[in-house]
Design a protein around this ligand. Sequence first.
Ligand code: SAM
Ligand code: DTB
Ligand code: SF4
Length: 323
Amino acid sequence: MNARVESTVTDLRHDWQRGEILALFHQPFMDLMYRAQQVHRHYHDANAVQVSSLLSIKTGRCSEDCAYCPQSVRHRDADVEEHDLMPLDEVVAAAKQARASGATRFCMGAAWRRPKQRDLEPVLDMIRAVRELGMETCVTLGMLEADQVAQLREAGLDYYNHNLDTSPEFYGEIITTRTYQDRLDTLQHVREAGINVCCGGILGMGEDEDDRAGLLQSLANQPEHPESVPINMLVRVEGTPLAAAEELDPFEFVRTIAVARILMPRSQVRLSAGREHMSDELQALCFLAGANSIFYGEKLLTTPNPAADADRQLFARLGIHPA
Ligand code: SAM
Ligand code: DTB
Ligand code: SF4
């Protein structure tokens, strides 16, 4: 590797300017993919993809108004099977099934704005039980105070997922019930407690390229790069305000993954929601751009995901091994 390439792949920067990020987006596709691959191969096994599995442990009736989400209490026309917090034995059974199908991390999501103490306690038991199965644990429970984060840490939580979703400028078009700063505050509590941060966003919500660059800028310029960066393609759910959002050019999606890889070289970049509507070829381009993690299993939280069998076949065809 020549000296110039070496210096561009080894920098871990937290001072990215919007213009620099846009310049990456505007490179010819082949040049961008080449650079992303160089960075990717410097830090990661290019043929390994981490697999996580998701379970919605509490579904629906959330008091936030996220325009993309079928679980908001405001989106009554969205058809989700609402349920209160699941019993521990059902969660453990789902985690065992996920482990048997090859998942190494089990992510539990709850449709809360912020958990109450009586909500949190049973979740702590779930974290302990899933860890005992030898799996990594991740939860996404909404906003948290520092003392709640301490309890999660005590229970042995590995990752906390809390997304910035989009750029600071576009955010107000999508959510009005909490601010960008609220999210940054929760992320700070999580990071300060030493829990790995899983933080990303959603594309295809009507944002423009400047917003996609702004999302990546906010992610990369945090004091530390999130260990895991989920990039979701909007799942357009009937009954939500974004049900008829215009489809994003798939190459823009791939470009965003490539730029995320360049900005956050060490992070796991997850090709997250939206794979159900992606061809195998598009997913392969996402892996080539530097995505190295997926959600495995036929359901995300409330919407479908490709069957584990289909993913195993895709991995086999691409010579990818699960990590
Ligand atoms: N209530 C918690 C929160 O918002 O932090 C946790 C659960 S919430 C459903 C987790 C993430 O799922 C959201 O931050 C959002 O990025 C993603 N998400 C929700 N609905 C989606 C959709 N229709 N398409 C793509 N991603 C979605
Ligand atoms: C993330 O960024 N994507 C996942 C996970 N974190 C919790 C959730 C995707 C949800 C897609 C819509 C649904 O299934 O309800
Ligand atoms: Fe609630 Fe999370 Fe859905 Fe927003 S994304 S409405 S916070 S469950």
